[in-house]
Each structure stands twice: as C-alpha cells, then as structure tokens.
Design a protein around this ligand. Structure first.
Ligand SMILES: *Cc1c(COP(=O)(O)O)cnc(C)c1O
Length: 441
C-alpha cells in the first residue's frame, strides 16, 4: 500500500480523505503523502521514501520528530495513566514553568487545542469587558470557531463575511476585519466602535498567510489604541509562542498583551492549547469568575508531559541562535538562487520560520500574499517533494527549520532548488479551495 492507495481508501470513510483540509493538497494538486514515522528532521513515508521535513506538524515539532527525552516523558506519563479528569502535580508544575518563562503571564488555563484557546480567550475578553464585538485581521488564522472564520466585508466599519458555509451571519456580524499591518484602519474602527469592542486579536508575527512580519510600530500602535478605549489586546501566539526564544513573542518585543493564547510548541506534538494573562483578567474564568470554560481532557497528563519536556529542553539547550542561523542560511540561499535564475521569488524569514513568496515585491498583508504566483508555488512544492523535501502543501503557510535540522539539510534543500526548472513543468490542476488562506493544519 502506498500513499495513493491509502488516500483512495481514506476518501471512502473520511471526508476528502483528510482530518484537516490543507492535508488534501488542494493548494498544490497531486496526491497527499502518507507519513509512517519521523525521527529528527526526517520522516519516512508509506511510499518507502525519506523526506527532510520543513513542516514539522505545522509548528509543534521545534525539536524535530520523536526527540528521545520527549518520547520518554510521554511513555512514562502514559504508563502512569492516560487521563484522570482530576488534578495532577504535573499540571501545576507546567503552569509554573510557563509563567516563569513568560513574566506577563501570571496565570494560565490549559485546553486541548489552539482553536479552543482562542474560543476561550474571546469569551474571556467579552466577559471581562462586558462588550460583544471583536476586531481581527484579514489573513490571520485563529482556529475554526464561527466568529474567527471571517474575511473582510465590503467596508471596514461593517462586520465581516464568513469564509465558511454553516456560520451564522450573527456570529460574523460582531467581527470587524482590518488588513494586517494597517494601523490607521484599526484606529478608524476603534474610534467609531471602540466602546463596543471587547478585543483586538492578532498573530503578532503572522504565520497563516505565509510569514508576514509586523511593520515597525504596528504592534505598539495596537497596544496604545486598544488601551485608550478599554479594549483588550489578544496576542494569538499559537505559532509564535516559544518559536523565536524560550518565551512569547510579546515578551521578546516588550509589548504586553492582555491575553495570550498558546498551542502547538507548548504541547511538543500532543494536543494542547492555553490561555494566559494577568491574575486579574484570568480570575474572570470559572470557578473564580462568571466566564464558563471546561474540558474533560484539559491538562491531560500525557500532553502536559510532552509540553513540559519540550519547554525544558528549549530553555536548557537554547537552540534559537542555531535555528536563526540555519533559517538565514536558507533564506539567503533562496534569494541568491532567485537572483541567479531570474525567478520571481523572495524568501521571508525570521528565526526558524520561513516562506518562499512567489513574487519579487515584499508581502505585508493578505492581498500581497494572494498576489503571489500559486502555480509557481505548486511546481516548486512538487519539485522539492520529488527531491526529498517536505514543505507546507500551501502557499499561504509558514515553513519551519527545527533544532534537529543541520547545515547539510539546508544546503541539500538549496541544491534541490537550484535544480528546479520552472519552465519545464506543466500546469497543475488545483482542487477546490475551501478557504483561501489559513485553513490550518
Ligand atoms: C494553528 C493555529 C490555531 C489553531 O490551533 P489548533 O490547535 O489547530 O486548533 C490558532 N491560532 C493560530 C495563530 C494558529 O497558527
């Protein structure tokens, strides 16, 4: 049985053959790869091939696949019991660890996914402020709750429109959508509606329209504008958290949001999410306060064990300078090859995060990202896959260099890119895209 055969079987019993849409390869065409196992920077596939993985399960695997100490911690926790639905010493230790690594997080509540973390953060913001409306940014992804599946509507000052069927218009009517990096648009919306807006939610470094960095002053501006009208600022750090240093991006750049959402890395590959903030705001959550939130598997001991070991290793080994060096080596290489070969391509990069954008001009927001050549991205994706490199199967995602990658992996990637002949490949037929970006992992 190879990937194609597994996909055919799966499609009969799983919608589209996948448990999360982007895995269907609709953004690049072709048959999705079935993974069998992973170790360090590489994965083995059901096709008997080995791939160097630059997707890393969409971000959690910052230490690479099946890092020995993490697997041991998980095995030990599993042997001690998979779930209790009661308190454990480990979850208290884990909360202490996160709070010690992120000084502005005084309290943390654990949930089981990033989606759930954002859902709780929004309810918390609404409960704390007594306001209903939310402001988000076009191209930022915050999980798949109704009111976060919103694209920009016809005007800034009207509610957004849903990017998914099945979402009540009343859910999206409460959400304003501004272009990422457009502080003036935010100020305009807050000026007219600030006293109704519970929270502004943003990925401080956007990672769901490809890698898009905040413009100078953008995050500072959001902090000042929200503070002025009593609106909470939520940093969705499900991708950013512990990505560029052993802490949040907010902490690294010295901007303190009111609420931080975490996920991905803090579970080390196990399902987890978290909401963090000041004692005052977090005390609005039940059972201390009136905002209800609960979870049968919240604080699951196996997930906590994986997350705890991952964060400890990040703190103790500090692989961040190495990931930055490798990321830069990769991005510089892509830029050099693009110039040499006259390719319409540039590479955004920050630390271990990178996105090759298939246009020369920089990308500052979703419109810029959408203006990239998706056919060229699809050709690049399949060429690299055939050469033994797995990158995110969508042009709207960020790729990751992990602590397990080596200079040799990067150089081999660049050599493969050098061998890419864009002109030689035929057009690729894409599948139907359900959402144009940020359809998550
Ligand atoms: C992945 C992601 C989420 C959703 O997390 P899940 O664990 O997939 O539910 C939310 N916000 C951001 C910024 C993400 O990248």
């Amino acid at each position: 049985m190879n990937s194609k055969q597994w996909f055919e079987r799966a499609r009969k019993v799983i919608p589209g053959g996948v448990n999360s849409p982007v895995r269907a390869f609709n953004g690049v065409g072709g048959t999705p790869v079935y993974f069998k196992s992973g170790k360090g920077a590489t994965v083995q596939t059901e096709d008997g091939t080995e791939l160097v993985d630059f997707c890393g399960s969409w971000g959690p695997l910052i230490l690479g696949h099946a890092r020995e100490e993490v697997v041991e911690a998980v095995a030990k926790a599993a042997a001690d019991g998979l779930s209790f639905g009661a308190n454990t010493a480990k979850e208290a230790e884990f909360a202490e660890l996160v709070c010690s690594m992120v000084p502005d997080i005084e309290m943390i509540r654990l949930v089981s996914s990033g989606t759930e973390a954002v859902m709780t953060a929004i309810r918390l913001a609404r409960g704390y402020t007594g306001r209903r409306k939310i402001l988000k940014f076009d191209g930022c992804y915050h999980g798949h709750t109704d009111y976060m599946l919103v694209a920009s509507g016809s005007g800034l000052l009207t509610g957004g429109i849903s990017s998914s069927a099945g979402v009540s218009p009343s859910a999206t009517a409460e959400v304003f959508v501004a272009p990422y990096n457009d502080l003036a648009a935010v100020q305009e919306i807050l000026k007219a509606n600030g006293d109704e807006i519970a929270a502004v939610i943003v990925e401080p470094i956007a990672g769901n329209m490809g890698l898009v960095e905040p413009a100078e002053g953008f995050l500072e501006g959001l902090r000042a504008a929200t503070a002025e009208c009593g609106t909470l600022l939520i940093f969705d750090e499900v991708i950013n958290g512990f990505r560029l240093g052993p802490t949040t991006y907010g902490n690294l750049c010295g901007i303190v949001p009111d609420i931080t959402t975490l996920g991905k890395i803090i579970g080390g590959g196990m399902p987890i999410g978290a909401i963090g903030g000041s004692t005052e705001i977090m005390s609005t959550l039940a059972p201390l306060g009136p905002v209800y939130q609960a979870g049968t598997l919240s604080g699951n001991p196996v997930a906590v064990a994986a997350g705890m070991k991952t964060l400890e290793l990040l703190r103790d080994e500090n692989p961040y300078p190495k990931m930055e060096e490798l990321g830069k080596r990769l991005a510089d290489g892509v830029e050099r090859i693009a110039t040499e070969k006259g390719l319409d391509l540039h590479c955004a990069q920050r630390g271990g995060m990178f996105t090759p954008f298939f246009r020369k001009a920089p990308v500052h927001n979703l419109d810029d990202s959408k203006a990239c050549d998706q056919q060229a991205h699809a050709h690049y994706f399949h060429h690299m896959l055939d050469a033994g490199f797995y990158t995110p199967p969508s042009g709207f995602e960020v790729a990751f260099v992990s602590a397990a990658h080596t200079e040799a992996d990067i150089d081999a990637f660049l050599q493969a890119l050098e061998n890419w002949n864009r002109a030689k490949q035929s057009e690729i037929i894409f599948g139907t895209k359900i959402v144009t970006n940020g359809n998550g992992s």
